[in-house]
Write a protein that binds this ligand. Structure first.
Ligand code: ASP
Length: 456
């Protein structure tokens, strides 16, 4: 068995679904279990409907629901066998009626709870998985629809629920292999239900996580994440074109890249797969012949020190200075207590004898934080910074990496540098306006020669 996950853009239209059917068909002998996201931008649209409802704009949410139904119906009809059209219409009617009732209820109450957000956003994957299963039949691929909420059991932290692994794994094992032996199983990502049967979701972008959970639960031989990029690249393509494809990368490196904003993979995705040693393959549904990026549990031997350069924009640097810190203890504790009180997480940190510099990306409470810090230190903040992060297991073994970084960035002002916390990354902070030049210079420096075993 393999798990094949297709994201929103891979199932955004009848045409896209046809492409998916072709890809799955070509791998039908491996007993695929297909996990799909909501079609296109459906999740965002559902959340917009919920917000319109609590704003009391009745005509508008009714229109938005109609539009969403039209969209699903239009695309689905093109890929539904004639004999199943009536069934499709009935199914859509039923689900959109239910959704409308739910939204009306929310409008009356005028308040959105995490639980009701999950109830609404779950429709995206409930619809897409049903439609994709029907479409597979249309394209000659016998398929069966599985409601993910029957097998993915989560805690009650709605909108960010965590799977309850023993129960989920035992249900997956009890249900999926038997179905997959006969037909292609199609289920929605992102959604689950609590132990008492209330619909929950795993958090935005959670379909990758579902794929990984399912893969682990059924001991799949491989988990394939089909996206719209060729795999992991040596540089973020939104910043630098001409990056090279990384053919194989370790789980640890992939997770590091994901934390630093490489959009290819949800960081939590890798956890269940790592635990059961299941390889994850990133592939492009628009170019299925490109071999993609294979993520494996062990470090991959590589002649280059760095595998990829990731970035995170919109970072704020906070500089905290106090001469009272000199030879004193407890100063860092006081600083972090302030950030903790405002639930603001700190990404990077550097300290000297009398000052601390750190970075945050959530500035919602920054004014209050600065005010409190000012009671015992002087604070200055610098917005519009960016983290550039070099990732590679070899960084720790290769002498002279820092020298190469400083050499490449010699024309730029490096605001902060950090290496060590994670042994496989080296990060620098530069002003956002310098981000492109920084990435370009580092890319030239570290990928002048490529290990052909690892890069293409
Ligand atoms: N549809 C969900 C989202 O847009 C989950 C996913 O696509 O992974 O966040």
């Amino acid at each position: 068995m393999i798990v094949m996950k297709f994201g929103g853009s891979s199932v955004e239209s009848a045409q896209a679904i046809e492409r998916v059917a072709g890809i799955v068909k070509a791998r039908a002998d491996r007993n695929p279990v297909v996990v799909v996201s909501a079609m296109g931008k459906t999740t965002n649209k559902l959340l917009a409907i919920a917000n319109t409802a609590i704003a009391g704009k009745r005509d508008e949410y009714i229109r938005q629901i109609h539009d969403l139904r039209d969209f699903h119906s239009r695309e689905a009809r093109q890929v539904t066998p004639l004999a199943h059209r009536a069934e499709l219409d009935r199914w859509l009617d039923e689900h959109f009626e239910e959704l409308t009732e739910l939204v009306k209820g929310i409008a009356v109450i005028g308040e959105l709870t995490p639980r009701s957000i999950d109830a609404i956003s779950s429709y995206g994957e409930r619809l897409s998985s049903y439609i994709v299963a029907l479409a597979f039949g249309y394209f000659g691929l016998p398929a069966v629809h599985l409601d993910a909420r029957k097998v993915i059991v989560t805690d009650r932290r709605h909108t960010q629920a965590a799977p309850i692994y023993p129960e989920t794994y035992s249900r997956l094992d009890a249900v999926v292999p038997a179905l997959a032996a006969e037909k292609v199983v199609v289920m929605g990502g992102f959604i689950g239900s609590t132990e008492d049967g209330v619909t929950s979701t795993l958090g935005r972008g959670g379909s990758d996580f579902t794929a990984s959970i399912v893969g682990a639960g059924i001991h799949a031989e491989e988990i394939q994440i089909w996206t719209d990029v060729d795999g992991m690249l040596t540089a973020d393509p939104t910043i630098l074109t001409g990056g090279h494809r990384v053919k194989t990368i370790s789980f640890a490196e992939a997770a590091e890249l994901a934390y630093f904003g490489a959009k290819v993979l949800h960081p939590a995705t890798v956890i269940p797969a790592v635990e059961r040693n299941i390889p994850v393959l990133i592939l492009n549904s628009r170019r299925p012949d490109v071999p993609g990026t294979l993520i494996v549990s062990q470090a991959v031997p590589c002649k280059n020190a760095v595998k990829s350069i990731a970035c995170k924009r919109k970072i704020t640097l906070v500089n905290i200075h106090s001469s009272r810190m000199f030879m004193a203890h407890g100063f860092l504790r006081r600083i972090f207590e302030v950030f903790d009180r405002y639930e603001t997480s700190v990404d990077m940190i550097a300290t000297s004898e009398v000052s601390v510099s750190l970075t945050i990306d959530n500035t919602t409470h920054l004014a209050r934080i600065a005010e409190e810090l000012n009671e015992f230190s002087q604070v200055s903040t610098e917005p519009e910074q960016a983290i550039v992060c070099l990732v590679g297991e070899n960084i720790r073994y290769t002498p002279g990496v820092a020298a190469m970084v400083f050499n490449a960035l010699r024309e730029l002002n490096i605001r902060m540098i950090s290496q060590g916390a994670s042994l496989l990354n080296l990060s620098v902070i530069v002003a956002e306006k310098d981000l492109r030049s920084a990435v370009e210079a580092l890319h030239t420096e570290f990928f002048r020669e490529l290990d052909p075993e690892v890069f293409e």
